[in-house]
Ligand binder design. Structure first.
Ligand code: SAM
Length: 177
């Protein structure tokens, strides 16, 4: 199920997302909804990560694979033309997201089932409701927000009693539910 239209994360936001995750060379990064492959390409080139993109749209899958081949990054980047709900991501060290709040809500049970303790989840613009972020970067002049979560089932959940309604931020993508 396609849960988000294609909109690129700006390059400087991608770099900030990756820096926030504090990657170590050869760690495994998944970009769920990898679009034109820009997160994967920067993660491989600048941070020496091993990257897996999952992209449901065939045109974007082909476009991103062409770019990966042009840059000779095939040994570092694999892209799967699939629905990310059907792909096991349990070996991830880092997961990147640029979806929307409802898509994140739909994805949350899968993340909770499959992620190992310590996996960093970095979400551009949209929070994962019910999880406590380790860090939120909101200092971008044109309003991009980045949420960093460090997955640990013993610590990540927002206690029910402290769920305070707050205004939505970062509505750049239309929600298509
Ligand atoms: C907002 S774009 C983000 C692209 C890229 N990650 C970035 O930050 O530049 C979201 C992408 O998710 C893809 N997508 C949406 N639902 C998906 C699904 N269920 N499985 C795989 N890809 C999906 C869309 O086709 C689109 O390319």
């Amino acid at each position: 199920m396609n849960v988000s239209p294609f909109v690129e994360s700006p390059t400087y936001v991608v770099r900030k997302m990756l820096q926030l995750a504090e990657p170590k060379p050869d760690e495994i990064l998944y970009d769920l909804g990898s679009g034109d492959g820009r997160i994967l390409i920067m993660a491989a080139k600048e941070f020496q990560l091993r990257c897996i993109g999952i992209e449901i749209r065939q045109d974007l899958f082909k476009r991103s694979m062409d770019e990966v081949k042009r840059l000779n990054l095939e040994s570092r980047i694999k892209i799967i033309n699939e629905d990310f709900f059907n792909v096991n991501i349990s070996n991830a060290d880092i997961v990147t997201l640029y979806l929307n709040v409802l898509a994140n809500e739909k994805l949350r049970p899968k993340l909770e089932k499959e992620l190992k303790i310590g996996t960093r989840v970095v979400s551009h613009d949209y929070e994962i409701r019910g999880w406590k972020p380790t860090k939120i970067v909101k200092d971008d002049p044109i309003g991009h927000n980045i949420y960093l979560y460090i997955f640990d089932p013993a610590k990540i959940f927002v206690p029910q009693s402290s769920k305070i309604p707050h205004p939505e931020i970062g509505h750049r993508l239309p929600e298509i539910f």
